[in-house]
Write a protein that binds this ligand. Structure first.
Ligand code: CA
Ligand code: CA
Ligand code: CA
Length: 297
């Protein structure tokens, strides 16, 4: 009898306890999860589901591991990044959350900016379909404002070199703009996973007020669109975290393409698990730029 009770307790914990993800808890979160995480979650970890993105946050390194989001032309209707829309915010849902001030001085000392994984530019849109958008000065939808505020949570932020990387002309910046301006303007939608990698976990660069915010050595973007096949069109960009401003040739983002298999091997993640292993092999083992060449002017 005692055993039976123990079994019941552990079973109850399993169903209602911490092992349950946000996505399993309610249908709105579940719908958002399905919308943003294309082809399945690359790990089994606990994730945070937001209106505009899904993030796997690393409470030890105090940065996101990866962030997944759907981009549509409507979502790019964002207000100017001013005043309340510019402010970074503490994430109320993570332990030991980072505050904006912990990055103070990092820009002048190391050139690190507060870099968004889910880009600010894709946080907009009329996500609740009530015909009202966000606006800096006029009538503004509070629900859609919340989506932007969440995007400015520090849990969506990572230290990134500004000059020659996430600033104008940098590799990260150019990749974001290419997807938004050249791809989604035509396809109307795309998906991304953005994340960072650390080469050697015994030798991690830690920064911030308390030297406890990790700086990735590499960053990746998995860019996805639906093609005419039973598998998605995928490009994986893998960038070393360095300043390319003196190096015009290296700013060609398409020199940084790797296969999904390559990214999986060095990250330990498995993307696109919703597809069978056989189907994953057809599009993960090599880089196929054919479906993207019309956007590569
Ligand atoms: Ca709205
Ligand atoms: Ca509304
Ligand atoms: Ca895979």
């Amino acid at each position: 009898m005692k055993r039976y009770i123990l079994f019941t307790i552990s079973l109850t914990f399993y169903v209602f306890g911490n092992t349950q993800t946000f996505a399993e808890r309610d249908s709105t979160k579940r719908a958002l999860y399905s919308e943003h995480v294309f082809g399945g979650q690359p790990d089994g970890d606990t994730i945070l589901v937001r209106n505009a993105y899904v993030v796997n946050y690393n409470t030890e390194l105090r940065i996101p591991n990866w962030c997944a989001y759907h981009i549509t032309s409507d979502y790019m209707n964002t207000p100017e990044r001013e005043s309340r829309f510019k402010r970074f915010r503490v994430d109320p849902d993570v332990q030991n959350p980072v505050s904006e001030d912990e990055y103070n001085g990092l820009f002048s000392s190391k050139g690190y900016a507060r870099g968004h994984y889910a880009p600010y530019k894709i946080l907009g849109g009329d996500r609740d379909n009530d015909g009202i958008y966000t606006s800096l000065n006029g009538e503004s939808d509070e629900d859609d404002e919340k989506t932007i505020f969440e995007g400015n949570y520090m849990s969506n932020i990572v230290p990134q070199l500004h000059s020659g990387f996430n600033g104008i002309g940098g590799l990260w910046f150019k990749t974001e703009r290419w997807v938004q301006d050249d791809v989604v303007s035509d396809t109307l939608e795309a998906w991304e996973f953005s994340g960072g990698l650390i080469h050697d976990d015994r030798n991690i660069e830690m920064v911030g007020e308390n030297n406890d915010i990790a700086v990735p050595d590499m960053f990746y973007k998995v860019v996805i669109k639906e093609g005419g096949n039973d598998y998605p069109d995928v490009l994986v960009f893998l960038f070393p975290h360095y300043d390319t401003k003196e190096d015009i040739e290296e700013k060609n983002i398409f020199q940084y393409l790797v296969s999904v298999d390559y990214l999986e091997a060095i990250s330990g993640l498995n993307f696109f698990t919703d597809y069978s292993k056989a189907v994953q092999m057809t599009f993960e083992s090599s880089v196929d730029i054919t479906p993207w060449t019309i956007f590569m002017k």
